[in-house]
Write a protein that binds this ligand. Structure first.
Ligand code: ATP
Ligand code: MG
Length: 175
């Protein structure tokens, strides 16, 4: 049974938990036989745990669009811009083909904030969303217009993070 009503969700804010919230949703949806497509913007590093784990999650597919390196906000690589547009195209194709019940655009808010993609391009995706498809946009600094258009917006509040105490990213926790 596909979704009867698909909405637009945004997970934003500076606190930890945005990408993992989206992955948690994917796990839940998989348990109900829903098809989930996760498109990761600005990520190409092959060691994310989720990249391995989705292979064991029925109906869930993850595609990375990015280089393995961090994107330089002030001087993005042409490949960063190209791959962010490839990600948008993959999202548009998935919508046109009705490829999934839940479409997760991980870090799309950051790609927009960094200027890799334009607001209009993201809004066009929102306009094209099939009524029965859930669309989830994650990443810091969500654009106000996207927040306005969304049905559900959660802001992760950074109260404490061990990073501030010098704790490096941990395997299985941060990646
Ligand atoms: P997660 O992937 O753990 O759910 P996130 O998606 O909310 O985190 P991002 O903004 O995408 O976080 O940050 C990328 C990386 O930085 C992740 O490895 C994340 O765990 C880590 N991180 C998240 N919040 C903070 C923070 N407040 N300070 C330092 N590092 C953080
Ligand atoms: Mg994230």
């Amino acid at each position: 049974m596909p979704l009867q009503q698909g909405l637009v969700q945004v997970y934003t804010g500076n606190g930890k938990g945005k990408t993992t919230a989206a992955l948690g949703l994917a796990v839940r949806a998989s348990g109900h036989g829903l098809r989930v497509l996760i498109i990761q913007f600005m990520k190409g590093w092959p060691n994310y745990g989720e990249l391995r784990a989705v292979k064991n999650l029925p109906g869930v597919e993850l595609r990375q669009f990015g280089r393995a390196e961090f994107v330089d906000r002030n001087n993005p690589d042409p490949a960063d811009i190209r791959m962010a547009h490839d990600a948008l195209q993959a999202a548009a194709d998935a919508m046109a083909r009705g490829e999934c019940d839940i479409l997760i655009l991980d870090e799309v808010n950051v790609a927009l904030d960094f200027g890799l993609i334009a607001l209009d391009e993201v809004l066009r995706l929102l306009d094209a969303k099939p009524p029965t498809m859930e669309l989830v946009l994650t990443g810091r600094n969500a654009h106000p217009e996207i927040v306005r258009r969304a049905d559900l917006v959660t802001e992760m509040l950074d109260i404490k993070h061990p990073y501030a105490e010098g704790v490096q990213a941990r395997r299985g926790i941060e990646y």
